[in-house]
Design a protein around this ligand. Structure first.
Ligand SMILES: *[C@@H]1O[C@H](CO)[C@@H](O)[C@H](O)[C@H]1NC(C)=O
Length: 212
């Protein structure tokens, strides 16, 4: 008991010392991954270069199989987007997420509101494809955008699912917030970690006979 109090005091003094001297002291974040709208795990020290904590709640459908999961980890602030992201590849393949990024010790211990999942089509369309094990895909199918999705994305790179690491390529509709994702970023989603080599994002073309 006494030791742990002393240790805590030491840690507090250490981080205060770091802050005062403006040193790049390591951040610590809660780390966990699980199904449902929250998860809890240990607060761990982040590895060098990871200067932010993130808590992300994602709802996804993969070939019609629906799941909700929460992810908490250390990340790079430049890769972290606070807010709502929605992507749709087909009516049965989509993902919506809500995330919060922050930069103080254990700041991701709370929860974020679950993302709104508005599946109402908004009239916009994008080329679509989902291809595992390959770095590009033709986009010959059509995705019907829903809710606030008004951009078309083309993302490819590698995806890590547990111990499996494979290439992927995907195209479809997305909210403009998905455009904050840049090449080289490590992007957590509901159940996977994506490393992006390609991240194209363009406004969805207006369908003929609408708008201007
Ligand atoms: C859902 O999306 C549709 C299409 O963009 C929009 O018209 C509607 O207002 C949205 N509903 C809510 C509750 O935001």
């Amino acid at each position: 008991m006494r030791l742990s109090v002393r240790r805590r005091t030491f840690l507090l003094a250490f981080s205060l010392f770091c802050t005062l001297l403006g040193l790049g002291c390591p951040l610590s974040c809660e780390v966990c991954k699980g199904s449902g709208h929250t998860c809890s795990g240990k607060v761990k020290t982040c590895e060098a270069g990871k200067d932010a904590c993130v808590v992300l709640v994602g709802e996804s459908s993969t070939k019609g199989r629906h799941s909700v999961s929460t992810f908490k980890a250390c990340t790079k602030l430049k890769d972290c987007y606070s807010g709502f992201v929605s992507t749709t590849m087909s009516p049965n393949d989509y993902m919506v997420s809500n995330a919060h990024c922050c930069q103080s010790d254990g700041c991701n211990r709370g929860t974020v509101p679950p993302p709104q999942n508005n599946r109402t089509e908004n009239g916009l369309i994008c080329p679509s494809c989902i291809v595992p094990f390959q770095e590009s895909c033709p986009g010959t199918q059509v995705a019907r955008c829903v809710g606030r999705e008004n951009h078309c994305i083309y993302f490819s790179g590698t995806v890590q699912a547990g111990i499996i690491n494979t290439k992927f390529a995907t195209r479809g509709c997305a909210t403009e917030s998905a455009c904050y994702t840049k090449v080289g970023a490590e992007v957590p989603s509901a159940s996977y970690l994506y490393f992006l080599r390609r991240a194209d994002c363009l406004p969805a073309p207006q369908p003929p006979g609408r708008g201007e």
